[in-house]
Design a protein around this ligand. Sequence first.
Ligand code: ADE
Ligand code: ZN
Length: 318
Amino acid sequence: MPLPKAELHLHIEGTLEPELAFTLAHRNNITLPYTTVDELRAAYEFTDLQSFLNLYYALTDVLRTEADFTDLTRAYLTRAAAQGVRHAEIFFDPQAHTARGIPLDTVIGGITAALDTAQADHGISTHLIMCFLRDRPAAEAMDTLNAARPHLDRIIGVGLDSAEVGHPPNDFAQVFAAARDLGLRLVAHAGEEGPPDYIRQALDLGVERIDHGIRCLEDPDLVARLAAERTPLTVCPMSNVRLRAVDTMADHPLPALMDAGLLVTVNSDDPAYFGGYVDDNYRALAHHLHLTPEQLRTLARNSFEASFLPADRIKELT
Ligand code: ADE
Ligand code: ZN
């Protein structure tokens, strides 16, 4: 039985398995530039974050209707349940869809229809986090935040993702301040490929959790700050290996992050693309880095502690 855990770093678009991509392409009369599932899966070979993002955004084209987003989210929840997930804080990238002419209502309506039955179907509680694409203009992020106002009862927070290097958190200071004024929680990808200073900038914007954050280890003062503030890191080991932020799983800095006293969590990022869901990440760490059962339990406990669940619910789950 997999350990009960929360998943805090999961892009719903990154759960699009090749089989579902073909099903949705067929349903929507779209011809993919691949003829078979195996051929598509063979394209899941990446050299860096951008090489992955190119395929990730190209395949979002199959997501057209509310039902498509519901089916995608249901498929993730079914897999998550089998991996021991009891609570999921799920990212979505509205601009990846609105830029293609898909209305925001369709995206949020489709995803939330699946979230609405997750507790009854799988015993999984859920939160939804809306990410801004940092390689698009900050003004567009602000427009996206404003467009989402009618849906804010369904969105717990905002995040920042997509191509990191050259797109520092400070560029999004205004939109993050506006989101905070609306009562939204703040997270941001930082220190995946980008330098430690991007993590510092994110903290200075009031971000409560750092997504990835592995490059903090290059800056001892930053590590001390993250430890003192107990800022969680949502680390994604299989993603880091597949996107070549880390050479091999045996080289992954997760044990060093834990040893530094940081609140480390383990997550899957884009599991359809990186070869495994969240418990597969725990198992890869256990196997290649010889984590002890006690360390794995600590990581699972951290995942609830780092969540945006209320304190009494965290207590029940840990
Ligand atoms: N979007 C989806 N996955 C991502 C990642 N690992 N980093 C940045 N943006 C992303
Ligand atoms: Zn991510």
